[in-house]
Design a protein around this ligand. Structure first.
Ligand code: SF4
Length: 283
C-alpha cells in the first residue's frame, strides 16, 4: 500500500506562529498563562498546551492584573485589546499578520467613510474582531442572497474573512455591484486554505482512500474532508489515530493523507506510523 501525504497538510503559518509565541511565553513565565479562547481548534493540542501551562479562558474577567494573555491567530477587537491593557495584563498578540492586514483595511475604509462589508461568518471570532475595526455602518454578509437583507450605502469597502472561498467572495461582490455607486474591494483571502485544498484534491484523484486528520470541531478540516468526498474518493475524517479502523485499509493500494490547519505534526505522524504498521510505504 502506497501512502501519499499532501504537501500542505497541518499547521498554517499563522497557527505555527501562534504556537511558537505561546510556548515561548509559557517558558518565560513563572506562572500559568492564558489564551483568550482556544488557540487552536484541536482538543489534543489544547490539552498539550494546557500541560505546558497555557490555559484557555473565555473572558477577561477570568484573569487578573499581572497575568499574561495570548490573543490567538484569529485576532480580537480593539476594545478587547484595550480592556486587557487597562486591566494590567501582559498581552502577547499572536494575531496572524494576514488577519492584521484585514483589520487595518477595515479601519482605513471606515476612516475614509466607506461602509465596510466583511464577507464571512458573523459569529466567527476573526470576523467579530475585524468588525471591531470597521465602524458603525459595517455589516457582515455570508452569501450573495443575503445582500438584500442589509441597507447598502453608496460607498462600500469590501474585505473577506481570510478563509473564504474566492467563488463566494466573487458572488457577494457581484451582488453588491448592483446596489452601490462605488465599491472598493480588497481580496484578504489567505492562500494557505486554497493551497491546502488544492494539494488535497491533487492526491485525492490518485488514491483509493483519503484520510483527513483534524479536530471534529475544526471547520477547515471538515471542509477539506467534504471536498475530498465530493471528488468521488472514499474519505474518512479522523481526529486521532485511535479512530483509524484497519478494516478501511482492506483492498486499498494507495492511501492519501492530509490534515487541517490546526492539526499538529505529532498527530499526523501517529496516523502515518499506523498506516506503515498496516503495510503502508511512503511514496
Ligand atoms: S489560515 Fe491564513 S490567515 Fe488564518 S491563521 Fe493560517 S495563515 Fe493566518
Amino acid at each position: 500500500m502506497r501512502i501519499i501525504q499532501a504537501e500542505n497538510a497541518g499547521f498554517c503559518f499563522g497557527v505555527k506562529r501562534a504556537m511558537k509565541l505561546a510556548f515561548e511565553a509559557a517558558a518565560d513565565s513563572a506562572k500559568p498563562i492564558y489564551s483568550l479562547g482556544p488557540l487552536i481548534h484541536n482538543p489534543q493540542q489544547v490539552e498539550h498546551l494546557n500541560q505546558r501551562g497555557v490555559h484557555v479562558v473565555s473572558e477577561l474577567d477570568s484573569v487578573s492584573s499581572g497575568d499574561t494573555l495570548i490573543i490567538r491567530s484569529h485576532g480580537t477587537s480593539p476594545e478587547v485589546q484595550e480592556a486587557a491593557k487597562a486591566k494590567g495584563l501582559t498581552v502577547v498578540d499572536a494575531t496572524c499578520p494576514f488577519v492584521v492586514k484585514a483589520q487595518k483595511l477595515a479601519q482605513r475604509l471606515a476612516a475614509e467613510e466607506y461602509q465596510v462589508i466583511v464577507v464571512g461568518e458573523g459569529d466567527h471570532p476573526e470576523v467579530i474582531g475585524i468588525m471591531g475595526y470597521a465602524g458603525n455602518n459595517a455589516a457582515v454578509i455570508e452569501k450573495a442572497s443575503d445582500v438584500g437583507n442589509i441597507p447598502v450605502k453608496s460607498r462600500v469597502g469590501i474585505i473577506a474573512q481570510t478563509t473564504q472561498s474566492l467563488s463566494n467572495f466573487r458572488e457577494v461582490v457581484g451582488a453588491l455591484l448592483e446596489k452601490s455607486d462605488e465599491l472598493k474591494v480588497f481580496n484578504t483571502i489567505c492562500d494557505a486554505t486554497s493551497h491546502r485544498q488544492e494539494s488535497a484534491l491533487d492526491i485525492a484523484r490518485e488514491v483509493d482512500l483519503m484520510i483527513v486528520i483534524g479536530g471534529h470541531n475544526s471547520a477547515n478540516t471538515s471542509r477539506l474532508a467534504s471536498l475530498c468526498l465530493q471528488s468521488g474518493v472514499i474519505t474518512h475524517h479522523i481526529e486521532t489515530v485511535n479512530e483509524l479502523a484497519s478494516s478501511w485499509l482492506e483492498g486499498v493500494t494507495t492511501v492519501g493523507v492530509t490534515a487541517g490547519a490546526s492539526t499538529p505534526e505529532w498527530i499526523i505522524e501517529d496516523v502515518i506510523n499506523k498506516l506503515k504498521i498496516s503495510g503502508g510505504k511512503n511514496s
